[in-house]
Ligand binder design. Structure first.
Ligand code: FES
Ligand code: FES
Length: 318
């Protein structure tokens, strides 16, 4: 959730009130660090500090292919995961084209804890729609986390290649991530499940039959002309280096490989408040905090963000 104004006093303060003259100020981009707000009153010149009542974090943390990343207001509140992955060179295999959730070439898989049940959930998501700060606490897997020709292909990549499911290859990482996400949630899909699941990524080259043939080899009722692939759920994830986030080369002294998308151990470590140049990002972690923020911002221009699918193609706030 992000907004542009509010008042102090809740567990996530979003507006500063001068204790001398009571003038209110919005926090500036650099005025918040580790839950401490520092401000010089623009009305009376008094310098004052406030400490947040809760341990509010001013950065969002998440993992990509097992490697930890921490991001703050060096990015705008509207930066997407796709922009982050591609501009930082973290995942060139994750593509971008329409940037509005239409073409599906930007798919990645995320693992997160459902806020109420605290159960681990897996989703395949459009990285062009997911805002970067929404990734707080997520464990993200991109195509680089599954396999490559140098260190060995993932079984899904192998099947796609074997069935000529890639021509120009632009959509191929997404087709693989889509299947990976399906197998994470449903390790024994039927042919119909796969057909229903593959209306996501546009392929301009193959005509889809070869892609579907490749994916149907993972189904429990694959047609006789396809050779079934028996896969254990444990084999879905390949070994990744905890240090580099890249595929394990086996060169380290200790076996430090970890499984891709094994799951985040980052279970809602506390609320987040990121002050951007023209907007604030707030992540409440309890219903009380959410209701308190909604009350504070009832007169303000705010929006609630989860998947961002409704807003993704509209003009973005920066
Ligand atoms: S770039 Fe087209 S759906 Fe994300
Ligand atoms: S293989 Fe070219 S877009 Fe799918």
């Amino acid at each position: 959730m992000f907004s542009s104004s509010s008042q102090i006093g809740s567990s996530i303060p979003t507006k500063l009130i001068c204790p001398v003259c009571s003038a209110s100020h919005l926090p500036l981009k650099d005025s918040l660090a580790n839950g401490v707000y520092a401000c010089t009153c623009q009305n009376c010149g008094h310098f004052f500090k406030f400490k947040a009542l809760e341990n509010v974090r001013t950065k969002a943390s998440f993992k990509v292919n097992g490697k930890e990343f921490t991001v703050g207001n060096e990015f705008s509140t509207s930066t997407t995961l796709n922009t982050f992955l591609r501009s930082k060179g973290i995942s060139k295999g994750t593509k971008g084209m329409c940037y509005e959730g239409g073409c599906g070439v930007c798919l990645v898989t995320v693992t997160l804890y459902a806020p109420l049940s605290l159960k681990q959930m897996h989703y395949t998501i459009n990285s062009c729609l997911l805002e970067l700060f929404s990734c707080d606490g997520m464990d993200i897997t991109t195509i680089e986390g599954l396999g490559d020709p140098k260190h060995g292909l993932h079984p899904i990549q192998e099947q796609l290649a074997k069935h000529d499911g890639a021509q120009c290859g632009y959509c191929s990482p997404s087709q693989v991530m889509n299947m990976y996400g399906l197998l994470k949630t449903n390790p024994k899909p039927r042919v119909q499940d796969i057909e229903d699941h593959f209306d996501t990524t546009v392929c301009r080259c193959t005509g889809y039959r070869s892609i579907l043939d490749a994916m149907k080899t993972f189904s429990i009722d694959a047609p006789p002309h396809l050779e079934k692939v028996q896969m254990d759920i444990e084999d879905l994830d390949t070994k990744l280096c905890k240090k580099t986030g890249k595929l394990c080369t086996g060169h380290c002294h200790n076996n430090i490989g970890a499984h891709a998308n094994k799951g985040s151990d980052n279970q809602t470590p506390g609320p987040v408040h990121i002050v951007g140049a023209s907007a604030q990002w707030l992540k409440p972690t309890s219903m009380d905090q959410l209701l308190s923020l909604l009350k504070q911002h009832s007169q303000d221009n705010y929006r609630l963000v989860f998947g961002n699918t409704g807003f993704g193609k509209e003009t973005k706030v920066v």
